[in-house]
Design a protein around this ligand. Structure first.
Ligand code: GSH
Length: 286
């Protein structure tokens, strides 16, 4: 999405699983990636990240608030069930060999143990390998049909639906080198079109610098919105409701129709505002 919008950005590479000691102070313990940062504002989950990209680029169709209900429903399915189906169906000998090459044995065991823990504690519908493969096949047929008459899934230009569908399939095609795409030429052409702009003007940055930028900045002013949530100004926990349900603790500063803003403070990052979407997250008082 950063490539398609041509925005300038910096990239901090983090470990593939916690502990992530430099990221934890910024995102208040939220365990998933990606996370985005603008000064002392930190955006968790692609739902809040895409909203910022859409705003900065003046392209409302890149976030959920800018699209109609049909696209929203498509994204809900693509981001969770279909994404998990893509990852599950990527299980193959080739994939296992790649994992072995990428990790030391100890790290591989840690990684697998971590994934099993995520799987066991997840509250998403369980899916076997057969079901996952079936879902991916149906998904590809649906995309092939959509793309028969237009370059992107919903029209002449990409919207958030394209990006949601793309990332799971990217994993299958590029990382797992899956053969399922052979009978779907329109999907392959669309994937090439999606990848063509690259990742934009991304510059590598150290985690220390990211933390320093947070410390030096003030969180931006809170949105002007009538807010009478009973938890406002109270210490709360916000956690994903699907998987990786590690909570972030902070003071609830805003409960907007689109999401929550938490104030967190620690010596490494200073005072930060951590943004979460409402959908897919729970908030509870401590
Ligand atoms: N709903 C999240 C999903 C993000 C996600 O699942 N990220 C994976 C890596 S691609 C992750 O962090 N999984 C748990 C973990 O590894 O800690 C989003 O849209 O950002």
């Amino acid at each position: 999405m950063l490539g398609h919008t041509g925005l300038d950005w910096c990239s901090v590479t983090t470990a593939e699983m916690p502990p992530r000691p430099m990221l934890a102070p910024l995102a208040g313990g939220y365990r998933k990636i990606p996370v985005a940062q603008i000064g002392a504002d930190v955006f968790c989950d692609t739902r809040t990240i895409t909203r910022e990209i859409a705003r900065l680029a003046g392209r409302p169709e890149l976030c959920l608030e800018g699209v109609d209900d049909a696209v929203k429903a498509f994204v809900a399915e693509a981001d969770l069930t279909l994404f998990l189906a893509c990852i599950l169906s990527s299980t193959s000998l080739k994939m296992n060999v790649k994992l072995f090459r990428a990790f030391s044995l100890l790290n591989l065991l840690r990684f697998l143990r971590d994934r099993i823990h995520i799987g066991r504690t997840a509250s998403v519908p369980r899916m076997g390998l057969r079901e996952a493969r079936g879902r991916v096949r149906d998904h590809l047929l649906d995309l092939e049909q959509r793309l028969a008459s237009r370059p992107y899934l919903f029209g002449e230009a990409p919207n958030i639906g394209d990006f949601s569908a793309y990332h799971g399939l990217w994993f299958m095609r590029e990382v797992a080198e899956s053969a399922v795409f052979q009978d779907h030429p329109a999907v392959l052409r669309w994937m090439d079109r999606m990848a063509a702009p690259g990742h934009g003007n991304g510059v590598e940055m150290s985690p220390e610098r990211a933390l320093k930028l947070a410390r030096q900045a003030e969180p931006r002013p809170l949105p002007d919105h009538p807010d009478n949530d009973p938890l406002l100004e109270r210490e709360v926990l916000v956690a994903p409701s699907d998987y990786g349900q590690v909570p972030t603790q902070g003071i609830l500063k805003a409960a907007l129709p689109t999401g929550y803003i938490l104030a967190c403070r620690n010596p490494a990052a200073g005072a930060v505002h951590v943004h979460f979407p409402r959908e897919g997250f729970t908030v509870s008082a401590i």
